[in-house]
Design a protein around this ligand. Sequence first.
Ligand code: PBG
Length: 324
Amino acid sequence: MAFPATRMRRLRQTGLLRGLVRETELSPSHLVLPLFVQLGEDSRTEIEAMPGVERLSISHAVEEAGAAHGLGVPAVLLFGVPADKDEQASGAYDAEGVVQLAVRALKEAHPELVVITDVCLCGYTSHGHCGVIRGDGSVDNDVTLELLAKTAISHAAAGADAVAPSDMMDGRVGAIRAQLDQEGLKDTPIVAYSAKFASAFYGPFREAADSAPAFGDRRGYQMDPANADEAVREALLDVEEGADIVMVKPALPYLDVIRRVKEATRVPVAAYNVSGEYSMIKAAAAAGYLDERAAVLESLTAIRRAGADIVITYFAKDVAEWLQ
Ligand code: PBG
């Protein structure tokens, strides 16, 4: 008895046709490379948990961004590692802060490179939380909003092409949009980390950005991994408040959320293939358990297939090289 022909198999057998019928495309043009920028001249600091990723001084960040851009990666996402931290996160909105200086240097060296800045306080507060802490140890949402808006304005004023609030305070997209408009920065888009889950996969990042909370955790303001309806509601709310792009983070354990957010919002969706997702592949590859290149290309293709228009990944430059 003959099995019904699986038509796709017939098509896949010849390489040429395989390309013609492929549904999902992975190209460097969809990728964003995160960069950790630190002060000091000519310095680079390895991040133990993220082999191949370093904190870079501004000059090296300019070089690295230029190399990625040259390979077809259109954008970078900046995280600053300030020299000093305090309760009010003053380094976050300092006009001469590390991110503000880096933005100016990057835009001057590579005017065509899209520079997106992460807007959060956790890298700048002495306690490592994403907002200002009240006497009882909880985050003061509304006071934090003002500081986040100030931070976003300072990034945009320095020349950032888009700002990406990652703090998860309530109402921050609206607050940032209102301030940007008021300051004459109407054309600066907001990339909102809308569905940001309280995830174990951020572990290596907290070493990289030196932003681990000194007490407690982020479950008060980040989302429960068990909730997908809530993620959709958060994304819709952010769009209503003025988000131009919404983000789901992490990516691989949340492919269903990416799909649902895409279908519900119909706005461009970014997915953040976070530090832990990077480190897992790196560690397994180093042990000889996985083929790094194949695992990365498969993972990123799957994230795109789930519905992500944009993929933020520490592998961006490697992928762009592999796809040349
Ligand atoms: C800051 C922020 C985090 C990440 C991006 N922005 C860490 C956190 O919330 O603890 C994680 C990125 C990664 O793991 O690669 N709020």
